[in-house]
Design a protein around this ligand. Structure first.
Ligand SMILES: Cc1ncc(COP(=O)(O)O)c(C=O)c1O
Length: 467
């Protein structure tokens, strides 16, 4: 029998490491500036993707080169002119820490010595960074799971024992009309039901109307319903609006309702000088979601759920597993997931490497670039700013000389995506189809914004000419 497993790299190890090093370096150098167009999957790739399971291997070097080609032909959010959705941008030191973490393959379900402490320290740092307070929490796969986890905790607090007995249909949740759909999904999964999620109207600044919130809670209580949680959004996905956290906190305190803040996208901006005031009251929330894989730049996945009373997590998730009896309590007793990778290491390493100051300055730069985009849009006669940006999402549209403005902008987004010089998605705001660039990439500069405007105008005019 050989001394090595069939899965060991053996003599290929060093060449594989050297190849991986050069592939990562080429990728990063390629992200330093924009590239024209986006190559579609090549014929070679399509052939390879039609192949069935290989019975013998081609070796690590060939497989790595193939993987690199697949990535080059994929949409990479790391590119400076990727403005779609709310993306992360593959912060370099985070990428390296992620590779290290994967190598050690620590499991955070059980006690993992230093890694368990790093997770808690990172959560504390994030709480401190955004002004929530240095408390506890869990690291998750992202905003969806963080919101689901927080609402499971709130449900158990509002209806003690319901994790075992199930619900009786009385529970209600409160969100703004523009909250992320992960709240509806959570309500469905938790047995609360999305019909019991009250979509509170928004004001002229697209923020939850607190008078309507208070009235709705009052009406529900009068009918014998049990308010489980109010979920404020700190940076809506559609426009970046931040709900009035302090006023919502006051209502929650008075009514005795759990106050959760979904800051998956926007909460990092609480640490900035220019936007921090929008988040006043974050220190009053019971829990808050923040995705480090959005606007803290580290690669996916890294979601943080901050919880002021971490014991509430244990009351919701603790279970006895007969194969996990060596410790009085395991980290899995405070989370939804079992096997959990060491996701926090990349954020911990990034905070160590760049300091809070480095993050604040990158966030401030994104905000400045976003405001610059809004100014340029306002100043151009063929462009219309649809919402004044509160954070780094800048919804606007190109105004054609004639024809349907909505159809034109939907087609414009599709055409720009096909051509690939810039990547922008469309969205519907108050029935209007708009372009919705999000600036959350530490590589994006004013020059990229100029290119975005130039591409919108050029492509918009070309579309008009085709009519
Ligand atoms: C406000 C908000 N909450 C939750 C989510 C879901 O986050 P994730 O995609 O990490 O699950 C998003 C995603 O964009 C979001 O913007």
């Amino acid at each position: 029998m050989s001394d090595f497993s069939a899965l060991s790299l053996g003599e290929e190890r060093l060449p594989a490491l050297e190849l991986a090093f050069s592939l990562v370096r080429e990728a990063w150098e390629g992200f330093d500036s924009a590239r024209p167009g986006q190559p579609p999957p090549s014929a070679e790739t399509l052939d390879m993707l039609a192949e069935s399971l290989p019975q013998t291997g081609v070796g690590a070097l060939t497989a790595l080169r193939e993987a690199e080609r697949l990535l080059d032909e994929s949409l990479a959010q790391s590119r400076p002119r990727f403005f779609g959705y709310v993306g992360s941008s593959g912060l370099e030191v985070g990428v390296l820490a992620e590779a290290l973490s994967a190598s050690h393959d620590v499991n955070l379900a059980s006690l993992a010595a230093a890694a368990t402490m790093v997770e808690q320290q990172t959560i504390g740092w994030v709480g401190e960074f955004v002004g929530f307070g240095r408390v506890g929490g869990v690291v998750t796969s992202g905003g969806m799971v963080s919101n689901l986890t927080a609402l499971a905790v709130a449900r158990e607090r509002a209806l003690p024992g319901s994790r075992r007995t199930g619900l009786d249909g009385r529970g209600t949740l409160y969100v703004s009309a523009e909250a992320h759909s992960s709240i509806d999904r959570s309500a469905e999964l938790l047995g609360i039901g999305s019909e019991s999620v009250r979509a509170i109207p928004i004001d002229a600044h697209r923020r939850m109307d607190v008078t309507a919130l208070d009235a709705q809670i009052g009406a529900d209580l009068a009918e014998g319903r049990v308010p489980i949680a109010v979920v404020a959004t700190a940076g809506t996905t559609l426009t970046g609006a931040v709900d009035p956290l302090a006023q919502i906190a006051a209502i929650c305190q008075q009514r005795g309702v759990w106050f959760h803040v979904d800051g998956a996208y926007g909460l990092p901006a609480a640490a900035t000088e220019s936007a921090g005031a929008l988040f006043a009251g974050i220190d009053l929330a019971d829990s808050a979601t923040i995705d480090a894989h959005k606007w803290l730049y580290v690669p996916k996945a890294c979601g943080i759920l901050l919880v002021r009373d971490p014991d509430a997590l244990r009351r919701t998730f603790a279970h006895d597993a007969s194969y996990m009896v060596d410790a009085a309590e395991n980290p899995v007793d405070r989370t939804l997931e079992y096997s959990r990778p060491f996701r926090s290491l990349k954020l911990w390493t990034a905070f160590r490497a760049h300091g809070a100051e480095g993050f604040r300055s990158a966030l401030e730069a994104n905000l400045t670039v976003a405001r610059g985009l809004a100014d340029r849009v306002r100043a151009h006669p063929d462009l219309e700013l649809v919402v004044d940006p509160q954070l780094s999402i800048v919804p606007f549209r190109h105004v054609p000389a004639r024809g349907s403005i909505d159809g034109h902008n939907a087609e414009l987004a599709r055409r720009m995506q096909e051509e690939g010089d810039v990547y922008v998605t469309s969205a519907v705001i108050d029935g209007m189809t708009v372009l919705r660039p999000c600036i959350t990439n530490f590589r994006t500069t004013d020059a990229d914004i100029e290119a975005l405007i130039e591409t919108v105008l050029r492509t918009g005019r070309a579309l008009e000419g085709e009519k």
